[in-house]
Design a protein around this ligand. Structure first.
Ligand SMILES: Cc1cc2nc3c(=O)[nH]c(=O)nc-3n(C[C@H](O)[C@H](O)[C@H](O)COP(=O)(O)OP(=O)(O)OC[C@H]3O[C@@H](n4cnc5c(N)ncnc54)[C@H](O)[C@@H]3O)c2cc1C
Length: 405
């Protein structure tokens, strides 16, 4: 049976739910098919950069996000001896019209989910539907699900994440690209660090790197702090969003990281959640769309999670795709028009995240100082040069102030 006007969305993550909300806003009916039996709060923290918040504000969800998050006011770069390299204002503090937030990933997801259920209706977000393939015949599209009846539709959008079944249909031999870097992510309840609104990067990828930021206030000057450590490694493992991690696999790299402003080993030991995740992406491809099917979010452009940009790009995909579908008389042409805008833009970010990661300030300073403590950083590099490096990355990643405004 072919459902006439309805758009089928495979995957109820950030891309899928925001696409459903964007379509609804433009009067286009859709239905989300999510593999998980129920949607619940999973994962650790995520950063929403101002361009992600611009998209959420357009959906009327910025207030709820801000209430569930910590607003970042500054970003600070440190070497592995805890010495400050460079500090800059962030979000509204830096003159952006939208804030930059640290938020529990599950809270972000549940805000999107509740909005989708209340605006579209609960029957439009269908759980327990694991897509295993998509077939097309003429102008009809048919989605196949594990242990379920197939679903017909005119248009299907694969929003099923980094291991997308819809993408696999088009690229059956494609593999994940492992960057040789393993990550462990944790959340620790602790006394707030620096301003309590600071995003911090410590060390460089060559000797072990940590990114940390608060995601919730616990009262009494305590916060939930989200942290990610990256260590270069040779052996790829199958990625899994929620694989439990083991402290003994990485603590040794950080055992001497005791600064007057943060005791890293203590923070790691205090984690109440700990997950392991290898850094993977996929090579940009030449096409996302075929007939009545296209891809969005991580299914289209999985990227190394080191520029805090994946969710933002998924949200932008959702808006652009909904705009094109609303404008078009031919929906298949709309998929191509969406792809013509979004594929080149996101391919650039995937490649930039590989070659030019946002911790290159830390890498550059480690190179210049021989990875040793310094007395006077200015002898090696000026603050203006560091600022230029930071601005350059923001332009590539699409969140320079002029672009977001
Ligand atoms: C360690 C890590 C840290 C990150 N930190 C940040 C950050 O700070 N800021 C940021 O912007 N981004 C970050 N990202 C990236 C961001 O989380 C992703 O880019 C974003 O979640 C993409 O959304 P999505 O909806 O495309 O995919 P997902 O969020 O992965 O959602 C996919 C959905 O599809 C469902 N699904 C999967 N397969 C099927 C199937 N076969 N059938 C039906 N449903 C299916 C899944 O259950 C899931 O609900 C991070 C990523 C990682 C790995």
């Amino acid at each position: 049976m072919i459902a006439s006007d309805e758009i089928a969305i495979v995957g109820g993550g950030i891309a899928g739910l925001s696409l459903a909300l964007n379509l609804h806003k433009r009067g286009i009916p859709s239905r989300v098919y999510e593999a998980a039996p129920e949607l619940k709060e999973l994962g650790v923290g995520i950063t929403l950069l101002p361009h992600a918040m611009r998209e959420l504000a357009a959906l009327g969800l910025d207030g709820e996000m801000i209430a569930a998050a910590i607003e970042m006011r500054e970003s600070c770069f440190f070497n592995r001896f805890g010495q400050l390299l460079y500090r800059e204002k962030r979000g509204r503090e830096a003159g952006y019209p939208y804030p930059e937030l640290g938020i529990p990933r599950g809270k972000l997801h549940m805000i999107l989910y509740r909005a989708a259920v209340s605006r579209l209706g609960g029957d439009r977000i269908v759980t327990g539907h694991h897509c295993i393939g998509v077939e097309q015949e003429g102008r009809d599209v048919r989605l196949r699900f594990r242990g379920r009846a197939p679903v017909g539709c005119a248009i299907a959008i694969g929003c099923d994440g980094v291991n997308s079944a819809v993408r696999r249909q088009f690229y059956p031999r494609e593999d994940l690209a492992f960057g040789g870097i393993n990550s462990w992510r944790g959340v620790t309840p602790m006394k707030s660090i620096l301003t309590g609104h600071s995003y911090m990067r410590i060390g460089s990828i060559h000797g072990g790197k940590m990114v940390l930021y608060p995601i919730a206030d616990l009262g009494g000057g305590r916060q939930l702090v989200n942290w990610v450590v990256n260590i270069q490694s040779g052996k790829p493992e199958k990625n899994d969003w929620n694989k439990p991690g083991r402290i003994e696999d990485f603590l040794d790299h950080f055992k001497d990281w005791r600064f007057d402003w943060l005791d890293v080993p203590q923070m790691i030991r205090g984690a109440e959640v700990l997950l392991e995740y290898p850094m993977v992406d996929r090579d940009p491809v030449d096409s996302w769309s075929s007939g009545g099917v296209t891809l969005a979010g991580d299914a289209a452009h999985p990227m190394y999670p080191r520029g805090s940009n994946g969710a933002a790009q998924a949200l932008i995909d959702a808006r652009v795709l909904a705009e094109k579908l609303a404008e078009a008389s031919d929906r298949r042409a709309a998929l191509k028009a969406y792809e013509a805008i979004r594929r080149p833009a996101t391919s650039k970010i995937v490649l930039a995240n590989r070659a030019n990661p946002p911790d290159f300030i830390n890498i550059k300073v480690a190179e210049l100082t021989g990875d040793k403590p310094f007395d006077d950083l200015g002898r090696f590099i000026s603050q203006d040069e560091l600022r230029n490096l930071s601005e350059q990355y923001k332009r590539v990643a699409g969140f320079a102030r002029a672009d977001v405004n």
